[in-house]
Design a protein around this ligand. Structure first.
Ligand code: 5GP
Length: 346
């Protein structure tokens, strides 16, 4: 047994220190970023915020709205080939730069991924997603997927430490997804005791990835636009959101009415609800590591996007960053023991 004594930080442990700035208005701030990906050398331009590949977030309906605003959607892996076909036949070509096809590491998932890519060669992004990115099997799967798809941008995760980010980039990933345990419907930390405070893992993983010319996605734990600003401030190239994009018209799942109030169901991808729905139950050797919640219906996602982008522009203005790219360089975090004033929250 060993103990690491230096403190690891989450979003709730810091604030961003304001700095003198020459910016007159938040309208001068650009949230677009340009990246050249490590293995494919493909270029990308957009606002680097992603909807998570959960079936109550990363839907086709969500992707259409997000792509229109230059954001990104990791489409969940449960759509059939026919559903993919119908969707892609009905959308604009620009969407291909703003969506990823998700896969797990089973043979069935892998075969389905290759079929989707074969039928739709314009798809550019693959998201290989497992709860625990530390297994040899996962690294081997990333290598195999890279060999089969030399021209696709590969996202792989999740991990939380620099050495594993390097290993995945060397195995063929262009972008590594970072986060174990911070998710809003995740119970991994409760069930297993395993995890890593998200802001520290962003800082450590971004450093490792940037050293090799790769990028990272901060995945999970953002509850308000300020957390997204902190994730970018810490060095995340992309930020992935589940809970903040859940509960909308475009989020999938049915609308429930109770006592005149509207709700939507939101659940973790390894919750009992998801496993019942997609694989017929929780296998008896495992525990569910996700929960199911009912959240107030939030209407169309465009209002949430505007609020989020407005918050980010304002964060950039407070530290004098004219472009999102400059936010990390201009961020000084201060450690705090308070966040927002909750006197009027219920
Ligand atoms: P949020 O933005 O809601 O805080 O976090 C979203 C992320 O939570 C997802 O992108 C995914 O990485 C993670 N996640 C989704 N479902 C589950 C689950 O059932 N269990 C765990 N451990 N993590 C989950």
């Amino acid at each position: 047994m060993r103990i690491e004594n230096d403190i690891k930080l989450g979003f709730k442990d810091v604030m961003i220190r304001p700095k003198r700035s020459t910016l007159k208005s938040r309208s001068e701030v650009s949230l677009k970023r340009n990246f050249t990906f490590l293995h494919t050398q493909k270029e990308w331009e957009g606002i680097p915020i992603m909807a998570a590949n959960m079936d109550t977030v990363g839907t086709f309906e969500m992707a259409e709205v997000l792509a229109e605003q230059k954001l990104f959607t990791a489409i969940h892996k449960h759509y059939s080939l026919l559903e993919w076909k119908t969707f892609l036949n009905s959308v604009k070509p620009t969407i291909f730069n703003h969506i990823a096809v998700s896969t797990g590491t089973s043979e069935e998932d892998s075969n389905k991924l290759q079929e989707i890519l074969k039928e739709h060669p314009k798809l550019q992004f693959i998201c290989i997603d497992v709860a625990n990115g530390y297994s040899e099997h996962f690294v081997a799967f990333v290598k195999k997927t890279r060999e089969k798809n030399k021209d696709k941008v590969i996202i792989a995760g999740n991990v939380v430490t620099g050495e594993m980010v390097e290993e995945l980039l060397l195995a063929g990933a262009d972008i590594v997804k970072v986060g174990i345990g911070p998710g809003s419907v995740c119970t991994t930390r409760v069930k297993t005791g395993v995890g890593y405070p998200q802001l520290s893992s962003i800082i450590e993983c971004a450093d490792a990835a940037h050293g090799l010319g790769g990028q990272i996605i901060s995945d999970g734990g953002c509850t308000v636009p300020g957390d997204v600003a902190k994730a970018f401030g810490g060095g995340a190239d992309f930020v992935m959101l589940g809970g903040m994009f859940a509960g909308h018209e475009e989020s999938g799942g049915e609308l429930i009415e109770e006592n005149g109030k509207a709700f939507k169901l939101f659940y973790g991808m390894s919750s009992e609800t998801a496993m019942q729905k997609h694989v017929g139950g929780v296998a008896n050797y495992r525990a569910s590591e996700g929960k199911t919640v009912k959240i107030s219906y939030k209407g169309n996602v465009i209002a949430t996007i505007k609020d989020l982008l407005g918050g980010l522009r304002s964060a950039c203005t407070y530290v004098g960053a004219k472009r999102l790219k400059e936010l990390t360089k201009r961020t000084t975090f201060i450690r705090v023991q308070e966040q927002h004033n909750q006197v009027f929250s219920d």
